[in-house]
Design a protein around this ligand. Structure first.
Ligand code: PEP
Ligand code: MN
Length: 273
């Protein structure tokens, strides 16, 4: 039995840029990583033009293996410089910024740069971080741990809520399982977790957004899984998009072009009308 105390009938709705999440469909997009000032600023303007609602970009990147050498200043992210470049992109594009905070010690100095605080799958049960987020007056995009059960997802969300921050978004991003794809598609590490969308909606009205990029791990599957997530009732999508996908500094195999993103945007429009 779930011990969750989140009020099932409560509607969680709050502003992200020009949209009200929980009421209007939200499309977040951008590169996996902030790679340079020029890249994120110019790309943010293109993304704004095609009609996304918020810009994603990692400044602090949780890489599976520790990276020893930096490439043009990028070593598991551009870190503080990356946050500054995101702020430049926000000034030029007008898009709100979604970016990951990996460590509670980075929270205070990151806040002025970020509009939606992304908590990555690896920190999904980092209770020190979740408790600190409860004291913040900004939306938190909580990614499901790759192992997270439904009670663990709701428990982590509740931890932020009881701290006093009711601006929580749950993000599903694929889970462990189905290694059978890897022989043909080596970048596929996770299995899409679409059924968790309606399952969570039985217990809460916290907005649920879907990440078709990490859950599929391969660009060929991003469009169909985006559509499936919408059909399953997702309140939004967070999609990795890059000006030159194969040369993306991180998660290159799952990055899509802006033209492919426009295919998703057309579907969002036809789906919601
Ligand atoms: C990301 O969004 O780039 C990311 C690292 O996601 P996750 O924490 O889901 O792996
Ligand atoms: Mn990524």
């Amino acid at each position: 039995k779930l011990k969750i105390s989140i009020n099932k009938n409560k509607r969680f709705q709050f502003r992200i840029g020009n949209k009200t999440i929980g009421k209007e469909f939200i499309l977040i997009s951008g590169p996996c990583s902030v790679e340079s000032k020029n890249m994120i600023v110019s790309f943010s303007k293109e993304l704004k033009k095609v009609g996304i609602d918020a810009l994603r970009g990692g400044a602090y990147k949780p890489c599976t293996f520790p990276i020893k050498k930096s490439v043009n200043g990028w070593k598991e992210g551009l870190k503080k410089k990356g946050l500054e470049y995101l702020l430049n992109a926000k000034e030029k594009s007008g898009l709100p910024i979604v970016s990951e905070v990996m460590d509670v010690r980075h929270l205070d100095f990151s806040l002025p740069y970020i509009d939606v605080i992304q908590i990555g799958t690896r920190n999904f049960q980092n209770y020190t971080l979740l408790d600190a987020l409860g004291k913040v007056d900004k939306p938190v995009l909580l990614k499901r741990g790759t192992w997270g059960t439904i009670d663990e997802i709701l428990g982590s969300a509740e931890r932020i809520l009881i701290g006093g921050n009711e601006k929580v978004i749950i993000c599903l991003r694929g889970v462990v399982g189905m290694p059978s794809y890897r022989h043909i598609f080596p970048s596929i590490r996770w299995a899409p977790d679409l059924m968790m969308i309606p399952a969570l909606k039985k217990f809460t009205n916290i907005p649920i957004i879907y990440d078709p990029s990490h859950s599929t791990g391969h660009r060929d599957f991003v469009v169909p899984i985006s559509k499936a997530a919408m059909a399953a009732g997702a309140d939004g999508l967070i999609v990795e998009c890059h000006p030159d996908p194969p040369n993306s500094i991180s998660d290159a195999d799952q990055a899509i072009t802006i033209e492919t993103l426009e295919e998703i945007i057309r579907f969002v429009k036809s789906f919601s009308s």
